[in-house]
Design a protein around this ligand. Structure first.
Ligand SMILES: Nc1ncnc2c1ncn2[C@@H]1O[C@H](COP(=O)(O)OP(=O)(O)OP(=O)(O)O)[C@@H](O)[C@H]1O
Ligand SMILES: [Mg+2]
Length: 645
């Protein structure tokens, strides 16, 4: 096993054993080297002494040239086992007598001529050559060769001893390390236990015990200090989390979180209330199948499609069933990877139950319609009253002239009867002349046809305005239908006549190539009416004070590619710069109470942009007037998309 993988206790034991053994080894090797050197010197000294003694003993043999005696002297060296060879040279340096230990006879070659006197180390042998002196004169030389067996034997013993010493010290080190182990590793193991407990229980209030003020004690202190900081940070995090959870729970909007594949992982209180399902009941379930009965009117926009959204998308009128009732949601689906800081793919769904709002909007639309009709009622009553009055006047005139005419006609009848029976009585003729003169026939011949024509004209005007009213309010047509825009505008101009006729003349310039446009006719008329009345009011303000003067409202329609455009231009005061950004806001008005509620343009914007996917904007010049532009799409795709929405 690798050293790094060993437990700390084992590392400790091994380290102690290795340290003590290494120290011992170094000491032994140093001592051994020293001993070897000293021993070598003592062998050299010993060899020198032995050479002197032996030299003195062979001096006589040399003097008397007696090699035999010299050999005998050399034989005495057998008593010294380390002397493996010896040779005596005469005064000329030639070999005189030699000695070989039996075991080394063949391996040692003694020099033929006496070498220079010296002590030499030669491989595993030491040699000594000394001069043999007699009366101060050298008479020969002695050469001794010793092996190093003594050193080797001593070395072997020393190595054996060293090994035994290392083994013993390792064993002692092992025993000491084992007893010390608890002291060092226990605090570390306790620290490990503490970290394990913290990670298991997630309890940052736990602290590691400290045993001594050493390095491990310092480590424990730092660890406990770090735990303190984590505990503090964790408490702060928990309270921030609780705060944000509380915030999320208390937001009145629905907030649902899902994984990338649509499994619910967040469900706030509003979601629980709207869907009548607690968080526990839906957590981990797919949103498509968590107990909500979704009513998918558009399969491609169903819940499944939400989890493929990149970025964020809005879904209006998402239908679901609750307590047997169809309800609607307005939702925004956000892919969390697109939220700054979002790292994983998932979805956040926010929104609200808009059923009540939709009902209110519908009620408001109806109220607007009724209000417009109510507002127009007085004007329309006036419009009907004028022709009705002269129909009545002419009928009264005819009724009043009838007795005189009746008398003339009766006299004519009597004249006819008498002429058939015989001659006519002169009184009858006189009566006819008298009645005729009284009836004033010249006057009647002129006035009666006029009275009849005027009465018929009045009836026609009444029926026209009634028809326009009928067309304007479009009773019964709730859905979209194709309408003739020009005719719709004319109708609106007619019903609103009383609103503009005192302040403006209307000019129309209708495009004759306009196809029928698919729209909600009632709502479109409402928009035109609002714009017309706004124009009339603006002109009314402009001409106020200059009696009899009138402005002009010009309404034109045209086709521009795939768009149908309506322009309503007035010669009013224009819209002041500072309110231009606000005029489409609901309830923004500059008119006095009773004249405006500020809903006209907000409604017009909703109808044109939201319901019909069209555009509405304006251009205005102070003192010159304002032009409102409406555009509705003619393109079939847009129309059908609008129709389905
Ligand atoms: N043609 C215009 N010329 C000048 N100002 C206009 C014109 N049309 C709208 N405005 C300004 O925009 C404001 C908002 O118009 P909007 O039609 O929404 O409400 P209103 O006419 O005041 O009230 P309501 O239409 O509900 O009766 C008006 O009060 C007016 O100040
Ligand atoms: Mg208005």
């Amino acid at each position: 096993m690798k050293f790094s993988r060993l437990t700390l206790a084992r590392k400790l034991i091994l380290t102690m054993m290795a340290t003590s053994s290494t120290a011992l080894l170094v000491a032994c090797v140093s001592f051994l080297s020293y001993d070897a050197i000293v021993l070598r010197h003592s062998i050299a000294d010993h060899l020198h002494g032995l050479a002197n003694i032996t030299g003195e003993n062979v001096a006589a043999a040399l003097t008397y040239n007696d090699p035999k005696s010299a050999r005998l002297v050399l034989e005495a060296l057998r008593a010294v086992p380390h002397i493996v060879a010896a040779q005596i040279y005469d005064g000329n340096g030639r070999s005189f007598a030699a000695y070989h230990q039996a075991s080394s006879a063949s391996t040692i070659q003694l020099p033929e001529v006496a070498p220079a006197p010296a002590n030499r180390l030669d491989g595993d042998r030491i040699s000594e050559c000394d001069a043999i002196i007699l009366d101060g004169e050298p008479i020969g030389y002695i050469y001794l060769v010793s092996d190093l067996q003594e050193i080797h034997a001593r070395m072997r013993r020393f190595v054996m001893f060293t090994l035994i010493l290392i083994a013993a010290s390792s064993a002692a080190g092992f025993l000491v390390a084992i007893s010390l182990r608890r002291l060092i590793s226990k605090p570390i193991l306790d620290l490990v236990d503490t970290t394990k407990r913290i990670s298991r229980e997630k309890n940052y209030r736990v602290r590691a015990p400290k045993f001594a003020p050493d390095e491990i004690g310092l480590l424990v202190d730092s660890f406990n200090e770090m735990l303190g900081e984590i505990e503090f940070a964790e408490a702060a995090l928990r309270s921030a989390h609780q705060e944000s959870e509380l915030f999320i729970k208390s937001v009145p909007s629905i907030l649902i979180g899902t994984t990338a594949d649509g499994r619910i992982n967040r469900w706030n209180l509003a979601a629980a209330t709207v869907f009548n399902a607690s968080a526990d009941a839906v957590m981990g379930k797919p949103l498509q199948d968590c107990g909500i009965s979704w009513l998918n009117s558009q399969p491609d926009k169903g819940v499944d499609s939400w989890f493929g959204i990149e970025g964020s998308e809005k879904r209006e009128d998402v239908a679901f069933e609750k307590n047997g009732q169809r309800r609607f949601l307005g939702l925004t689906i956000i892919n969390t990877i697109y939220i700054p800081g979002g790292e994983t793919r998932g979805f956040l769904i926010t929104g609200a139950d808009v059923t009540e709002r939709k009902v209110l909007e519908e009620q408001l639309r109806q109220a607007q319609k009724l209000e417009a009709i109510g507002q127009l009622a007085a004007g329309i009553a006036h419009e009907i009253n004028t022709p009705a009055q002269f129909v009545g006047d002419n009928a009264t005139f005819l009724q009043e002239t009838w007795p005189a005419l009746q008398a003339v006609l009766q006299a004519c009848l009597q004249l006819t009867v008498e002429s058939a029976a015989g001659p006519i009585a002169p009184e009858t003729v006189a009566k006819l002349l008298q009645y005729t003169e009284k009836a004033d026939p010249t006057y009647l011949l002129n006035e009666v046809p006029q009275a009849i024509a005027q009465a018929l004209d009045g009836v026609q005007r009444i029926s026209k305005i009634v028809r326009a009213m009928k067309e304007f309010s479009h009773p019964g047509s709730e859905g979209k239908c194709a309408i003739d825009i020009n005719r719709a505008i004319e109708t609106t101009i007619a019903v609103a006549r009383n609103e503009w006729k005192y302040v403006a003349d209307i000019h129309t310039s209708f495009g004759d190539d306009l196809p029928a446009v698919v729209c909600l006719a009632g709502e479109f008329n409402q928009v035109i009416l609002n714009l017309l009345i706004n124009a009339a009011h603006a002109i009314g303000d402009a001409v106020k004070g200059s009696a009899g003067s009138k402005g002009t409202i010009t309404i034109s329609t045209r086709r521009d590619g795939e768009w149908m455009e309506v322009q309503i231009r007035d010669t009013g005061l224009g819209i002041p710069e500072n309110i231009r950004a606000r005029i489409f806001e609901p309830f923004f008005t500059t008119k006095e109470v009773g004249k405006g509620t500020g809903q006209g343009l907000a409604l017009a914007h909703a109808v044109i942009v939201k319901t019909h996917h069209g555009k509405i904007w304006f251009e205005s010049e102070i003192g010159k007037g304002t032009t409102f532009f409406l555009r509705l799409p003619l393109e079939q795709a847009a129309v059908s998309a609008a129709a389905t929405s």
